[in-house]
Design a protein around this ligand. Structure first.
Ligand code: FES
Ligand code: FES
Length: 166
């Protein structure tokens, strides 16, 4: 029998948005559920719960992952970042968040945390993407409101801002 089988809760500890958090989770508890129901976070959204919509995207060890396809016990000892990690301590928005606001890249905002986290990781590895590459990356997210136009403009704006600062 697997060590993680059954419903017994397992102690886990990981870094969440720069702080160490601990708790216990049943083996099949989803990371999204652990964040939302055990830790009380509100930023990580759940849409399809099947890995399709991208709403639950967060960073695990700085790689974008679907929180709805990850068990909480899998992040034991790892680094997790949600959309709450993007703003500063005083709540000041980062450059990507400001660009989303400026270019009307969100309407209902349901998809937005996941999109922001994917873009955060993507721009880290691909600092100067073109529009086609951005659209390709955004195809991993379902947004029913915006048509993606504002998201692409926002990302391109951030690319230009970061280039100007480099
Ligand atoms: S809720 Fe995870 S991909 Fe849709
Ligand atoms: S802003 Fe509403 S789903 Fe994307």
């Amino acid at each position: 029998m697997s060590e993680l089988s059954g419903t017994a809760r397992h102690n886990i500890s990981f870094t969440l948005n720069g702080e160490t958090v601990s708790g216990s989770a049943e083996p099949r508890m989803l990371l999204t559920d652990f964040l939302n129901y055990e830790l009380g976070l509100t930023g990580n959204h759940v849409g399809c719960e099947h890995g399709v919509c991208g709403a639950c995207t967060l960073l695990i060890d700085d790689n974008p992952e679907r929180g709805c396809l990850t068990f909480a016990v899998q992040v034991d000892g790892r680094d997790v970042k949600t959309v709450e990690s993007l703003a500063g301590r005083e709540g000041d928005l980062n450059d990507l968040q400001l660009a989303f606001r400026k270019h009307h890249a969100l309407q209902c905002g349901y998809c937005t945390p996941g999109v922001l986290m994917s873009l955060t990781a993507y721009l880290e590895h691909t600092p100067e993407p073109n529009e086609e590459e951005l659209r390709d990356m955004l195809s991993g997210h379902i947004c029913r409101c915006t048509g993606y136009v504002g998201m692409v403009k926002a990302a391109l704006d951030v690319v230009e801002q970061r280039k100007a600062k480099a």
